[in-house]
Design a protein around this ligand. Structure first.
Ligand SMILES: *[C@@H]1O[C@H](CO)[C@@H](O)[C@H](O)[C@H]1NC(C)=O
Length: 292
């Protein structure tokens, strides 16, 4: 099968063996920690509430959000994406300050594809109201065949996006070099399933096939740990370097993670705004600062 062609034994070993030793954050439940934000009718708890099913059809997509916002922390969700012909569908999992002008946002967007073609994960980062930092990675497995864990780690040192235990994106805090970093606004956790066939698949060339609708994505094992807000201790919590997500093991990639990150960038990255000369004649400052 196409997806497994590049699978590296090392990655599998790491994901199965090493990752089991990593701290797991606080379990969250959909009922307690989230609320439906778009189309109640299309979002359904199944398996006794352990799993949430999101539906997209011609009448609507749907979405949910955390009840609290968090200032630093780690969020992870297991997701099984829309299977088969998912071209034109987008499943998003993101953190967002939900503020109008000076938005901070950390995005995972899963762009569907025609049957047998690889899903693309687009990540983006908004800091102090400015985004446009897209990167795209084609997944090395079929994300609709089983659940995989998608994680956002956000601390004072950096922000890391993980697919299972593999880092696919690192955005460093280079504020000392004048580069914006999300640091003062708490962010909520959001997810949506929607139609975006004007841009998502092969730049909008592949349209959604409504004869395949409804489209379903599944979510489970929500984990959120961070400094919740509103809450009396948000500020003191956020500046507490004793929080586990600020710990030495999370301040930079371990050598193993760095190796996996290189593997992703070399083998699976299909777009990096840092290298897009048609958009930026001079690469944005964070692109060059990150290397130094
Ligand atoms: C879909 O598949 C095509 C062909 O393999 C690939 O070029 C593209 O990156 C894939 N992803 C999207 C979202 O178009």
């Amino acid at each position: 099968m196409k997806f497994v062609r590049n699978t590296n034994v090392f990655v599998l070993f790491y994901v199965l063996v090493v990752s089991s030793t990593i701290i797991s954050a606080k379990p969250a439940t959909f009922e307690q920690d989230f609320k439906v934000t778009w189309a109640d009718s299309h979002l359904k708890p199944i398996e006794g509430g352990k799993t949430i099913q999101l539906k997209l059809d011609q009448s609507s997509g749907c979405g949910f959000a955390s009840k609290y916002k968090y200032l630093y922390g780690r969020v992870s969700i297991k997701i099984k994406l829309v299977p088969g012909d998912s071209a034109g569908t987008v499943t998003a999992f993101y953190m967002n300050s939900d503020t109008d002008k000076i938005r901070d946002e950390l995005d995972f967007e899963f762009l569907g594809n025609r049957t047998g073609q690889p899903y693309t994960v687009q990540t983006n980062i908004y800091a102090h109201g400015k985004g446009g930092r897209e990167q795209r990675v084609n997944l090395w497995f079929d994300p609709s065949a089983a659940y995989h864990t998608y994680t956002i780690l956000w601390n004072h040192k950096h922000t890391v996006f993980y697919v299972d235990e593999v880092p696919i994106r690192v955005y460093k805090n280079n504020e000392a070099k004048g580069i914006p970093y999300p640091k003062s606004q708490p962010m909520g956790v959001f997810s949506t399933l929607w139609e975006a066939d004007n841009w998502a698949t092969r730049g909008g060339l592949e349209k959604i096939d409504w004869s395949k609708a409804p489209f379903y994505a599944y979510y489970k094992d929500f984990e959120i740990d961070g400094c919740p807000t509103p809450g009396p201790k948000t500020t003191s919590c956020a500046s507490n370097m004793g929080n586990w997500w600020e710990g030495a093991a999370y301040q930079e990639l371990t050598p193993m993670q760095a190796r996996l990150y290189r593997w992703v960038r070399q083998n699976h990255m299909i777009y990096d705004y840092c290298n897009d000369k048609s958009r930026f004649t001079v690469p944005p400052p964070e692109c060059t600062a990150a290397a130094s």
